[in-house]
Design a protein around this ligand. Structure first.
Ligand SMILES: [Zn+2]
Length: 189
């Protein structure tokens, strides 16, 4: 059923949509998650959020070690008790080739449900907490491009431009919209 699912790339507008909570823990959801793990492994990623496969629901998966027993599923996650700040390099399967420094909370608590609907309540620091925050961002339509400072934006201008052109050539019916001139004028006032 989800065989045709694939990872969508920047600037696909579906990546910018906030996702809706998961209402049912059913076979559909299990099949979706199984396919997401397949795609994440193929792409050699450590995390993947449902909107990255064009499913706008609040769910992400991760595997921080590459060991099968470390597969994790978080449904309807909630992050709290953020403490400290730490900067480190991040990439994103939806923005191939991009690698930027992002500041994230160092310590974090996550509350969510697993694939069976059982409650999850965990705390983590460092790398795992960083993956939670990156994937959680996806559920709110926030991408690394939104977390980049002006220097990183300038440094990666060409890469992002190339991705935009690739997307436009693959989606000729719906080119990315540019803001009308009127808006631009209003903004600069
Ligand atoms: Zn990502």
């Amino acid at each position: 059923m989800f065989d045709n699912l694939k990872i969508i790339h920047y600037p696909d507008p579906r990546l910018k949509q906030p996702s809706a909570p998961v209402a049912e823990f059913n076979e559909n959801l299990r099949q979706l998650v199984a396919r997401m793990f397949e795609l994440m492994r193929q792409a050699k990623g450590v995390g993947l959020a449902a909107p990255q496969v064009a499913q706008n629901i609040r769910l992400f998966i991760l595997n921080a070690t590459g060991q099968p027993e470390d597969d994790r599923v978080y449904v309807n996650p909630f992050l709290s008790e953020a403490e400290g700040d730490e900067e480190a390099e991040e990439g994103c399967l939806s923005i191939p080739g991009l690698s930027v420094n992002v500041s994230r909370s160092k310590h974090l608590r996550i509350q969510a449900h697993d694939l069976q609907g059982n409650p999850i309540d965990q705390k983590a620091s460092g790398y795992l907490a960083r993956i939670w925050q990156h994937e959680f961002d996806h559920l709110n339509g926030t991408l690394l491009t939104d977390r980049m400072g002006p220097v990183a934006k300038l440094a990666n201008r060409r890469l992002l431009r190339e991705l935009e052109e690739k997307y436009a050539s693959e989606h000729p019916a719906s080119p990315p919209k540019k803001p009308p001139l009127k808006d631009k004028r209003a903004k600069s006032r």
